[in-house]
Write a protein that binds this ligand. Sequence first.
Ligand code: SF4
Length: 154
Amino acid sequence: MPAKIYLVSACLLGINSRYDGGDNRSEKVLEFLKGRHAVPVCPEQLGGLPTPRRPAEICGGGGKEVLEGGAAVRCPDGTDVTEAFIRGAEQVLRIARLTGAREAILKSGSPSCGRGWIKDGSFTGSRRRGDGVTAALLLAKGCTIYDENSLPED
Ligand code: SF4
């Protein structure tokens, strides 16, 4: 059986892809990936956004609603960056298909990568249930998604 390949949020690996130019390095993730195959991805960069870039949150829903056209991703000043977020999600899906990855370890809470909860669009730190745009697309295509707080057990 071919080795499992994990797509991984680049920022969790210490890559400076985060909106403010920093990272979300996770020693737990790095430890888990020792001896495993990982493909780093940053959907926001793949969608064409610069680093650093303005923060963004999903307004009016979660990633699923963004993909369905019922919610938007916005910066604090209201600028609509939905298109870049969708483009990034599609590029990550393409990478998943090219590499055969069916599992991903993504950064919790992100409007792209979050799974289960995201910020609520108020830029106050409040949360709502839902997934980021990339997480929602990968889930819809049958991928399994973990985050830095809930890693695979195998
Ligand atoms: Fe990390 Fe995902 Fe945000 Fe990129 S889009 S910086 S990979 S959480």
